[in-house]
Design a protein around this ligand. Sequence first.
Ligand code: C5P
Length: 223
Amino acid sequence: ENSNDLSGRRIVISAGGTREAIDPVRYIGNHSSGKQGYALARTAAARGAQVTLVAANVSLPDPAGVEVVPVTSAVELGEAVQERRSGADAVVMAAAVADFRPSSSVGSKIKKSGGEPVPIGLAENPDILAELVRTRPERAPGQTVVGFAAETDDVIANGRAKLERKGCDLLVVNQVGQGRAFGTDDNQAVILGTGGSATEVPNGPKEDLADRVWDLVVERLTG
Ligand code: C5P
């Protein structure tokens, strides 16, 4: 690490958490801070990569030398990532993408209803990571696609199943719950790879986990 081993590489990273509009003033969101994605962007840039960071609702300073593309919703994030993935050596989906969005976009603020229930219908969002894999350009050595997953239990077994389902090359599996991961500066994870590899990363700064991810990406790219 901290060598220039990502020099000449182009990398796209998504970070943060999407917001799905209920009406002009309300949204469905999540607790993602964007810190892990930003740590990935900083470390990749430090290792010489040309980095595009698609940032969903993150209130962190732009990393130096990184192109930051702000987005709000899952659909916007998907479009921004797909538009920029062509020619990239790696795409890392660190963002927490909402699985659902309100199905009807309401143009004006929903009024109180005198105690009556207010149903919000939900439509499924596209699985951006799975789409990246499905539409991956066929070229050697290919584009490395990395996903993230948060699991509360059976971390390895659930992670393996998710890696297979999504079809990505690497899956960074966090154990969540008990106040872990969200918004903190530290993270602990196991990085699963196709072919059965499992790299355990002990609890430490999010930069350390990011550097382990890049080590594995470099390994794949240099083959
Ligand atoms: O299925 P799950 O949400 O646990 O998968 C998490 C991974 O999939 C993350 O890398 C996340 O960025 C990505 N994802 C996505 N599109 C979605 C949901 C999740 O790309 N609609």
